[in-house]
Ligand binder design. Structure first.
Ligand SMILES: [Zn+2]
Ligand SMILES: [Zn+2]
Length: 337
């Protein structure tokens, strides 16, 4: 097998590198900058050009090498190239080829184009390693246009009532999409430090997002009232949020599609907006690629791999240490101002 599943992560023995390892290794190829896929402690990191500033933000200085999509690099005769995964900025699938055998490791992916992350590219291969975060039939997303419209309507209505809209979204990925969507309303947007830090890095990297102001103690509360605040989920029900009274809260996450998840969280609204493929997106992708074998990782891997096998697609379940939450809050501090 060109890629092995080891206790450190997905390993290419011939090329002597790991893909998104969860324990420190010599050489790591990183699909994207989320903390469960990009971990500290590796000696070398290979990633996409747009991922590089985000890795610097989260992991500090390291030996980084970055490449654009579709550019081939070699490791000990193994051909490596990155291809858009459509999940977050810079997110990439890793294509690995040696002696005529082709593997693609998806990392996390989203099939609908959000016009920020790059359009997902189905890449032909013999072996496809897929995520399955939302690999249940109950997860089927409305179109992005409809999703954004609901958020905009909610914010606009709050604004007209002098109520601040606090939107909880993962600081890297979801927040950028929400900022772009609510930016169309022309209202001032304020952000928690975790979100503001990401926006700052992206602005320095040449991205053009609507202006976002960092929430600090100096900003008079009447400036924020009736406007928009973007914060990571870890700020939910915290004193940090309560300062914005009168406010309403909304969680932006694929998990919000299920009513039980919505009720468990003490929030006024829930918008099922996800950076992952839904059930149909996963299936369509696999049918399009039609690999010899599918390896199903983090998410509903047993349900999804069983379904694939019953549909005549050769699939196996693989245990990994990637998170299945959309909001892995480890790097998101709420005790900032
Ligand atoms: Zn991710
Ligand atoms: Zn993941």
């Amino acid at each position: 097998m060109l890629i092995e599943f080891t206790d450190r992560g997905l390993y290419c023995r011939q090329g002597e590198f790991y893909i998104d390892p969860w324990k420190p290794v010599e050489a790591a190829v990183i699909t994207h900058a989320h903390s469960d896929h990009a971990r500290p402690g590796n000696n070398n990191y290979l990633c996409h050009d747009r991922t590089l500033p985000l890795l610097r933000l989260r992991l500090g200085e390291n030996n980084y090498q970055s490449v654009p999509w579709n550019e081939t690099t070699f490791r000990n005769g193994v051909k490596i190239s990155l291809h858009p995964a459509g999940h977050i900025i810079g997110s990439s699938q890793v294509r690995v080829e040696y002696a005529g055998e082709v593997w693609v490791v998806s990392g996390d992916y989203k099939t609908e184009n959000d016009h920020i992350s790059g359009a997902f590219e189905p890449v032909k291969c013999h072996h496809f390693v897929t995520e399955s975060t939302f690999g249940l039939p109950i997860y089927n997303w409305a179109s992005q246009k409809e999703q954004y419209q609901l958020v905009q309507n909610w914010v606009q209505q709050n604004h007209e009532n002098g109520i601040t809209s606090v939107l909880y979204a993962y600081s890297l990925g979801k927040s950028q999409r929400i900022i772009k969507a609510v930016g169309e309303l022309g209202l001032p947007i304020y952000a928690h430090g975790a979100v503001a830090n990401v926006q700052e890095v992206l602005r320095n990297d040449g991205w053009d997002f609507p202006l976002v102001r960092r929430v600090t103690k100096d900003i008079p509360s009447e400036h924020i009232r009736g406007n928009i605040v973007i914060a990571p989920g870890s700020a939910e029900n915290s004193p940090w949020t309560r300062r914005f009274a009168p406010y309403k809260t909304a969680v932006c996450s694929g998990w919000m599609q299920v009513r039980g998840n919505f009720r468990r969280r003490n929030t006024d609204a829930g918008f099922p907006i996800s950076d992952h493929a839904d059930w149909q997106g996963l299936l369509d992708t696999i049918k399009l690629i039609s690999p010899e074998k599918v390896y199903v990782t983090h998410g509903f891997q047993s349900v999804f791999s069983r379904y694939l096998n019953e549909s005549g697609i050769n699939a196996a379940e693989v245990k990994t240490e990637f998170g299945t939450e959309e909001e892995v809050a480890t790097t998101e501090q709420t005790d900032e101002v």
